[in-house]
Design a protein around this ligand. Structure first.
Ligand SMILES: Cc1ncc(COP(=O)(O)O)c(C=O)c1O
Length: 396
């Protein structure tokens, strides 16, 4: 038992970081007694549990201790990813693939690589808290750009910021933005690649969701338009396979490999050997495409059920983005509604969402909320939105 309470002096870097509201709300997002529109996770039944079990067993039997040791890069995984990138019009070789524990780690590594305290990073005004943590976490001065609810990040505004500031890094989510659910147009992706080349500013292209498209055609990544080497593509198996694998990758130039490797080593030595081999087995067996196809169908049905429920219960007072993929829709309520204030009441009514303000870099977005459609059973949305509508109407 300690006799005195210690007074710890934490670093300035630690003080830059704020706990992500999303992580704090995770317990509600997975509470089966609630209708949860708060999560960012796949439904349990949409995870390929059996196939991963099979692949892990094969790996352990075949590779034995090698699957459980520290290990050099696992070539089979690098090769599969490089080939997958080629199919997405990204010219690269296995040597350009850097394995991470997911896109959050990629954001953190590249922020450390390109940003110093007080240097400027451009991010979107309402954005995934991990993007904020990555950039603000190294003490960067964050300048924001708005995101158009139809076309994604405002590229015109981005150009103005690049003209006026000495920007060291920009981070964008071109596909099925978290939290807004919107994607950037192909033309705007091309323009971002051009701006990166003109201003010599690295772009972190955070692609967690592009494969989850259930309407229309998958768009080329920004990196596909890159001729200058300033676009850094970050890909993740979290949403297309399973978040608990903690497996992602970056496409990086070989010249930066040594620096990126040493930053990574300073955080954690490497990604789980067992997971890399298990996922490589999954990929080489051809399990990914059928799995994603099933997942897309599941998301489509759920998204449609949510849209129907919103039309029925909220169309007179709210607007929302109509998702073509991904996991989220962004709902805008009348100006006088504060979704933080309504949160507890909604919780009492058995329904949870994420208040839009949780994603806001500069404050604001109080009358908005992010609704997730990947976990709730399709037939449950109607009841969830009905309850939410009742809570909101009391506050009008
Ligand atoms: C835009 C975005 N980037 C990154 C992540 C984190 O991804 P990972 O699990 O690959 O670290 C998320 C998770 O929700 C996300 O929405």
């Amino acid at each position: 038992m300690l006799t005195n309470r210690p007074t710890y002096q934490v670093s300035r870097r630690a003080s830059y970081l704020e706990r992500s509201v999303l992580r704090g709300l995770l317990k509600h997002a997975v509470d089966p007694s609630l209708i949860s529109l708060a999560g960012g996770l796949p439904a349990d039944e949409d995870l390929p549990t059996e196939q991963l079990n099979q692949c892990m067993n094969i790996v352990l039997k075949r590779d034995g201790a090698a699957a459980l040791q520290y290990s050099p890069a696992y070539a089979a995984l690098h090769e599969w990813i490089a080939d997958y990138m080629l199919r997405r019009n990204i010219a690269c070789s296995p040597e350009n693939i850097f394995i991470t524990n997911g896109n959050q780690q990629g954001l953190s590594i590249l922020s450390r690589l390109f940003l110093d305290e007080g240097k400027t990073a451009v991010i979107e005004e309402a954005v995934f808290t991990g993007t904020q943590q990555g950039t603000k976490g190294v003490g960067a001065n964050v300048v924001t750009i708005p995101t158009d609810l139809a076309h994604g990040a405002d590229v015109h505004h981005l150009e103005t910021v690049l003209e006026q500031h000495d920007v060291k890094l920009m981070a964008l989510i071109p596909d099925f933005h978290n939290p807004l659910g919107v994607s950037m147009t192909e033309n705007n992706r091309r323009r971002v690649a051009e701006l990166a080349a003109r201003y010599h500013v690295p772009v972190l292209e955070d692609d967690a969701y592009s494969q989850l498209r259930f309407t229309g055609r998958i768009l080329p990544p920004i990196r596909a338009f890159d001729t200058s080497g300033y676009v850094f593509y970050l890909g993740s198996f979290s949403k297309m396979l399973a978040p608990g694998l903690r497996l992602g990758f970056m496409v990086i130039p070989e010249s930066l490999q040594p620096k990126i490797t040493v930053i990574r080593e300073s955080i954690d030595l490497e990604t789980s050997t067992l997971m890399q081999r298990t996922v490589a087995e999954f990929l080489h067996r051809g399990y990914l495409e059928p799995h994603i196809e099933k997942l897309r169908q599941s998301l489509k049905i759920r998204a449609e059920a949510l849209m129907t429920a919103l039309d029925k219960h909220l169309s007179d007072i709210a607007t929302w983005t109509v998702p073509e993929g991904g996991l989220f829709t962004w709902c805008v309520l009348p100006e006088n509604v504060d979704t933080w204030q309504l949160f507890d009441e909604a919780l009492d009514a058995g329904v949870v969402y994420i208040p839009g303000g949780a994603f806001s870099v500069n404050g604001g977005h109080k009358n908005t909320m992010r609704l997730n459609f990947s976990r709730v059973a399709p037939e449950t949305f109607d009841e969830g939105i009905k309850r939410l509508s009742a809570v909101i109407r009391k506050a009008l």
